[in-house]
Every structure is written in structure tokens, then in C-alpha cells.
Design a binder for this molecule. Structure first.
Ligand SMILES: C[S@@+](CC[C@H](N)C(=O)[O-])C[C@H]1O[C@@H](n2cnc3c(N)ncnc32)[C@H](O)[C@@H]1O
Length: 213
């Protein structure tokens, strides 16, 4: 059943989900597109996609992962983002690719039927959605076909820092490593690969999970 609900947010959540001007200057550069595509390519080596897979990129930014999916895997991709400015940019940068549909989508409430996609891709998105990343995981599991793949990178709070953040800001629910693993499992997403860079309090992680249904 589709869960295309309307989500109402306060100022803080909206602020967290929209990148600042400085973040956009960094995230939307050609150098960052190249870097993200390199990371995505190495994670995709751990995934077996069918021919012409149907894929969804959430929080696509300028669309670097979408381009890789089309050019290397012959994928048909829905590239989506919450921020209208990022949607407009992705539309412009991906205009040469017929297999891509760029849409404005809040990843917490995806306007897609169940079991539509062979792969869902999320690069550096969920740490922007404190209090909402669990919905993103639930929605991802819902729209994936049985055996479909969830490939993500993100900035996670370490378990130790997570305990501190929970004590100081109990309502924040920032993306935290053990909570992420538990949430993936809860929704039938089995981790087949996980790595996290060094960092006592926070670190970049990369994960590949497969829907066990
Ligand atoms: C750090 S940027 C990463 C962009 C791109 N994935 C990349 O790696 O270059 C985070 C992106 O997530 C998007 N975003 C934030 N909240 C979102 C939500 N609720 N649904 C979909 N996208 C969201 C932002 O607009 C932004 O484009």
C-alpha cells in the first residue's frame, strides 16, 4: 500500500533538510560529482542488478549517482530531491539522459507503489533528516522489489556520541550507527556490507543492504 502521506514540519526540520548556500556550493561542484560517482561505483561492485534495472535515487542533488546508473548499468532512474532548487539543477544536469525522470519527492513519504524498484540509492541524505530517517528506511523497504538493493552513504553519530546526544536532546533522533543497523533489520534489509571511517563522535559510513523478502 502506498504511504504517500503529507508530512508537516517545524522550522528546525525544514532548515536541516535544506542545504545552506555554502553546502550547496560544495555539494554541487563537478569535483564532488566525480567523488560521489567514484564511491558509488565501488559500492555497486557489491550489488547484482538485473538488466535495465529500475532505480530510485533519493536526495539526488546534482544527480551524479543517477548518471552513473544510466551510463554504466543501463538503468531507468527516478532521480528525486526534496529541495526545489536541487530538483531544478538535477533536471538541467541530467537533461541529456532519456531514461531519467527527475521528481520532487520527500523521501519520508514516497509517492510510489510497493515493490517498484531494483535499487534505491541514498548518498549523504539521511543525516539531514533527524527524526525522519527511520521513515526513509521504511519507505525504501516498501518500494523495493523482493531481493532489491539499498545502497547508501551517510554521516553517522557513533554509539557513544549517540548516547550523549540522546541524553542532551532526547527528541532529536539523529542518525546513529546501531540505530541504523537495527532499523534496517526491522524492515527486512539485511546488511551485506558496512564500513565506517574513523571518528570518535561522527564518521562517514557506506552500506549495502538487500531486501529479504
Ligand atoms: C548533502 S546533499 C547530498 C546530495 C547528493 N546525494 C550528493 O551526494 O551529492 C543532501 C541532499 O538531500 C536532500 N534532502 C534533504 N532532506 C530530504 C528529504 N526529506 N527527501 C529527499 N531529499 C532530501 C537535500 O535537498 C540535498 O540535495
Amino acid at each position: 500500500m502506498s504511504m504517500n502521506t503529507t508530512v508537516s514540519d517545524g522550522w528546525f526540520k525544514r532548515r536541516m533538510m535544506r542545504l545552506t548556500r555554502g553546502e550547496k556550493r560544495f555539494v554541487n561542484t563537478p569535483a564532488n560529482a566525480e567523488r560521489i560517482a567514484r564511491v558509488a561505483a565501488s559500492l555497486l561492485e557489491r550489488v547484482t542488478l538485473p538488466p535495465e534495472p529500475r532505480c530510485l535515487e533519493i536526495g539526488c542533488g546534482q544527480g551524479a549517482v543517477t548518471r552513473l546508473l544510466v551510463e554504466r548499468y543501463g538503468a531507468r532512474v527516478v532521480a528525486s530531491d526534496y529541495d526545489p532548487a536541487q530538483v531544478a539543477l538535477a533536471r538541467e544536469r541530467l537533461a541529456d539522459l532519456d531514461q531519467v525522470e527527475v521528481r520532487s519527492v520527500d523521501a519520508r513519504a514516497m509517492p510510489f507503489d510497493d515493490a517498484q524498484f531494483d535499487g534505491v540509492f541514498s548518498f549523504q541524505v539521511m543525516h539531514h533528516i533527524p527524526g525522519g530517517w527511520r521513515q526513509v528506511v521504511a519507505e525504501t523497504a516498501r518500494v523495493l522489489k523482493p531481493g532489491g538493493w539499498f545502497v547508501l552513504t551517510d554521516l553517522v553519530v557513533s554509539p557513544r556520541a549517540g548516547r550523549l546526544v540522546r541524553r542532551l536532546l532526547p527528541l532529536l533522533d539523529q542518525l546513529e550507527e546501531t540505530a541504523l543497523h537495527a532499523c534496517l533489520t526491522e524492515h527486512g534489509l539485511r546488511l551485506t556490507h558496512y564500513e565506517r571511517g574513523r571518528g570518535m563522535l561522527m564518521g562517514h559510513c557506506a552500506a549495502v543492504a538487500r531486501l529479504n523478502r
